[in-house]
Ligand binder design. Structure first.
Ligand SMILES: Cc1cc2nc3c(=O)[nH]c(=O)nc-3n(C[C@H](O)[C@H](O)[C@H](O)COP(=O)(O)OP(=O)(O)OC[C@H]3O[C@@H](n4cnc5c(N)ncnc54)[C@H](O)[C@@H]3O)c2cc1C
Length: 468
């Protein structure tokens, strides 16, 4: 009996009927994520609904040395949930109960497949706030967010997913169940293995429960729509906002290409506008009224073309929904798209913008950009139509990465390394750091069966942007 067939028989015996799917439609449905990584068909898709089932899957997988690729909602942007080595896709989407929202201790306990939007609504109903807000919140899950250490617009003020993870239940590659971390806000007992698992992209252990820290909900939010007549003013406008000393809830930016998407969607954008910032402040009603005015004045003094206050929640949501859909809108505007999420120190945002324009002019690749300006985190997109343009795209991406690192930045702010950026990790990290990381991985997963082919470029890795 071939290795994988024997594993499938054992899984069928260990799991409820229907949990193991080998039909073509299921295998195709779980072959890719929302990145440009090439789809790879798994041998089977296994639906997990409990910790015991996840542990049973890993016991079988380790006994038969079958690779396991965890997958939640599949909205990942770096191919993390695609199974490079075949084997099983372990799907968490049906393992999705909110176990607890504790308004006294400000804690939520959730299963990994809980959709972030559902958690936010449940927390909201308790007049609390769970800040992480990746733009995919209507679809992505808490397990996927923890595995990627997802960020989002409000990360500027509130930080990323990892800042809210108090504890995790994790199933190891051999099927052992570990309780990491704690339920209390403070705690420094032993090594911080919780933080090690956060952002580990499913390569160290499988998240089966997360204990999350919640905040009191801010009373009010105000949104400023800030239009600039020149992209060169973006860095100054961000600086002017920061110099007020007010910590905005978010400072999002759209360049002239992405602003065109808003225009095409019918949003009221001044004709002379060549860039836009979405700046929000939150807090008490009294505080936001003052903060909105001070930030607005500072932006006007910095030369903004127009600073407009969103008049209603509906107007605010209208802008945000187009912003959240930006990635997919750009996707539909070219035959091919790759997107990066580089980060530079905020003071280098202007230099990063200049580098993007220079690389685009030199390679002839269209490079629209938008992102979390307050964090220096830019989603730089690469659009092209004909396959023969791809070598130029590869050149443009590598040039962007090198310039980002020269500016003191990092390759990924929130999307992770996955499969697409694995060939580039050596540009940022030394051989010593990569070697130590791989030895940590080998301690957790000696057989290398958990999400193989991710983060580290394996022997099959080749130069160029991932294996797409
Ligand atoms: C339109 C759009 C907008 C986006 N905006 C943002 C944004 O603003 N900020 C941001 O950070 N990201 C953003 N993303 C990227 C993506 O939504 C996030 O990375 C998200 O955290 C992925 O969650 P998921 O549930 O879809 O996970 P998946 O894509 O299914 O998986 C992501 C990774 O987590 C691993 N994994 C999944 N479940 C588990 C588990 N239980 N245990 C261990 N590992 C697991 C997978 O193997 C994979 O490596 C966006 C994506 C889209 C499509």
């Amino acid at each position: 009996v071939p290795r994988h067939d024997a594993a499938l028989l054992a899984l069928d015996a260990a799991l409820p009927s229907g949990a193991v799917r080998t039909d073509e439609a299921s295998r195709h449905a779980y072959a890719r994520d929302e990145s440009e990584a090439a789809p790879v068909l798994p041998d089977a898709v296994v639906m997990a609904r409990s910790t015991a089932q996840v542990a049973a899957v890993m016991e079988v997988a380790s006994a038969h040395r079958v690779p396991v690729t965890p997958r939640a909602a599949g909205t990942g942007r770096t191919g993390g949930a695609t199974c490079r080595a075949g084997g099983l896709v372990l799907a968490f989407e049906a393992f999705d109960r909110i176990r607890e929202v504790d308004a006294e201790d400000h804690v939520a306990v959730v299963e990994p497949g809980v959709v972030l939007g559902d958690l936010r609504r449940a927390v909201d109903a308790a007049r609390l706030f769970y800040p992480p807000d990746p733009s995919s919140w209507a679809e992505c899950t808490v397990g996927g967010n923890v595995a990627e250490n997802a960020g989002g617009p409000v990360a500027f003020k509130y930080g990323v997913t990892g800042h809210y993870v108090l504890g995790l239940e994790v199933v190891t590659a051999s099927g052992e169940v570990l309780e990491l971390g704690r339920r209390t806000k403070k705690g420094v007992t032993g090594y911080d293995l919780t933080s090690l698992v956060v952002g580990s992209e499913g390569t160290l252990g499988l998240i089966t429960r997360a204990t999350l820290h919640l905040l009191p909900a801010p009373e009010a939010v105000r949104t400023l729509l800030v239009f600039l007549d020149d992209e060169a003013r973006i860095a100054d406008a961000v600086g002017a906002t920061l110099r007020t000393g007010i910590v905005a809830r978010c400072i999002e930016l759209l360049d002239r290409h992405t602003l065109a998407v808003l225009r095409d969607d019918g949003l009221p954008i001044p004709a002379e506008a060549a860039a836009m910032l979405l700046v929000e402040v939150d807090g008490s009603e009294v505080a936001v009224a003052i903060d909105q005015e001070r930030v607005g004045n500072a932006l006007t003094d910095a030369g903004a073309l127009e600073v407009r206050l969103a008049r209603s929640e509906a107007e605010r949501e209208r802008f945000w929904s187009v912003r959240r859909g930006m990635s997919r809108a750009l996707r539909s505007r070219a035959g091919n798209k790759l997107s990066e999420d580089v980060v530079v120190p905020r003071s280098k945002l202007g230099a990063l913008f200049e580098a993007c324009r220079a690389i685009s002019a030199e390679t002839g690749v269209r490079m629209p950009a938008y992102g979390h300006a307050g964090d220096g985190n830019l989603h730089v997109n690469f659009l092209w139509d004909d396959e023969e343009e791809k070598p130029r795209v590869d050149r443009a991406i590598e040039a962007l990465f090198r310039r980002t690192l020269d500016l003191g930045g990092t390759l990924s702010g929130e999307h992770g390394i996955g499969v697409l950026k694995a060939p580039f990790i050596g540009l940022e990290q030394s051989p010593g750091v990569i070697d130590l990381s791989q030895r940590i991985k080998a301690q957790w997963d000696p057989q290398g069966i958990l999400n193989p082919g991710k983060i580290f470029a394996g022997p099959g890795g080749r130069p160029g942007h991932g294996w797409c």
